[in-house]
Design a protein around this ligand. Structure first.
Ligand code: ZN
Ligand code: ZN
Length: 279
């Protein structure tokens, strides 16, 4: 989709980046939020989606979105490694938060079988409770998946979300195709720029143009040339340039497509991004 015409109704997206997954609500980035946001703006980032991992970070993400509006929005939810804290009371508060129009999605939820705790059964309960919450509010879901693509895809075939993204994509080609067939977007971050990340780079090339979104997962997983330093939203420009080169398109065109896809993934973003572009 070229300049001026756009499925999402947002013109002027060319060259503008949206970080669909960062943690301004996390140690490291929280302390230098204002400076990090300024650097992101200077790097062409027009909007940040602040994603949560437990109840406290969910409440904080909403407060950050309110403080930075129209520059940031929030995704609220409980990370699979924190699934044991996803109690009835916690879900009640998440449900209250989800009424806020600056909350654009539920997550990050999913499955993480890298460590044995919390057990799979607990993680599945957290996942299904949050799928139900997302369905009730008609919100997309941000999925975190580590060493569990087969199990997570099985669950999502049984209970498909209306919209969702597999953030920080790290699966194989077959799993990528299955995710896309389920209607999911794939989120690519700093790891895509690592020399060794051949499978992820292949996925970033093969991902359909309408399903690819960009993210940082800051403060984690900084792209080359900042690898192993603290990541921040401004660095998304390096990931975008790398993926544009892999896909054989200009960085401006890739930014446009990924930002348009981000708005299709998170429909509540449309209003705030338009406001950010006018600001
Ligand atoms: Zn994650
Ligand atoms: Zn994350």
């Amino acid at each position: 989709m070229g300049k001026g015409s756009c499925l999402c109704g947002v013109a002027k997206l060319v060259g503008h980046l949206i970080d669909t997954h960062c943690h301004l609500n996390h140690d490291g980035l929280r302390e230098e939020m204002d400076a990090a946001v300024q650097r992101a703006q200077a790097a062409g980032v027009i909007h940040l989606v602040v994603v949560s991992y437990d109840l406290a970070s969910s409440i904080e993400a909403v407060a950050i979105a309110e403080k930075l509006t129209p520059y940031a929005s929030a995704v609220v939810g409980i990370h699979p490694t924190m699934a044991h804290t996803c109690t009835r009371e916690c879900l009640h508060i998440l449900n209250e938060l989800a009424h806020n129009p600056l909350v654009v999605g539920i997550g990050e939820t999913g499955l993480d079988l890298h460590y044995p705790f919390p057990p799979l059964r607990t993680q599945l309960e957290g996942l299904h409770a949050q799928l139900e919450l997302a369905g009730r509010h008609n919100l997309p879901v941000v999925f975190h998946c580590r060493d569990a693509y087969g199990q997570l895809l099985t669950e999502l075939r049984r209970c498909p979300p209306a919209r969702g993204v597999m953030h920080c994509w790290a699966g194989n080609t077959d799993e990528a195709q299955q995710s896309v067939a389920l209607g999911l977007h794939l989120g690519f971050g700093g790891v895509t720029t690592f020399k060794s990340a051949v499978d992820i780079q292949r996925a970033a090339v093969e991902c359909p143009q309408h399903r690819i979104v960009l993210e940082t997962d800051a403060p984690f997983l900084a792209p080359v040339p900042y690898r192993s330093k603290q990541n921040e939203p401004a660095y998304i420009a390096h990931t975008a340039a790398h993926i544009a080169k892999l896909r054989g398109v200009s960085p401006e065109e890739l930014a446009h497509d990924c930002s348009r896809n981000a708005i299709e993934l998170f429909p509540r973003l449309a209003t705030t991004v338009q406001a950010a572009l006018r600001a």
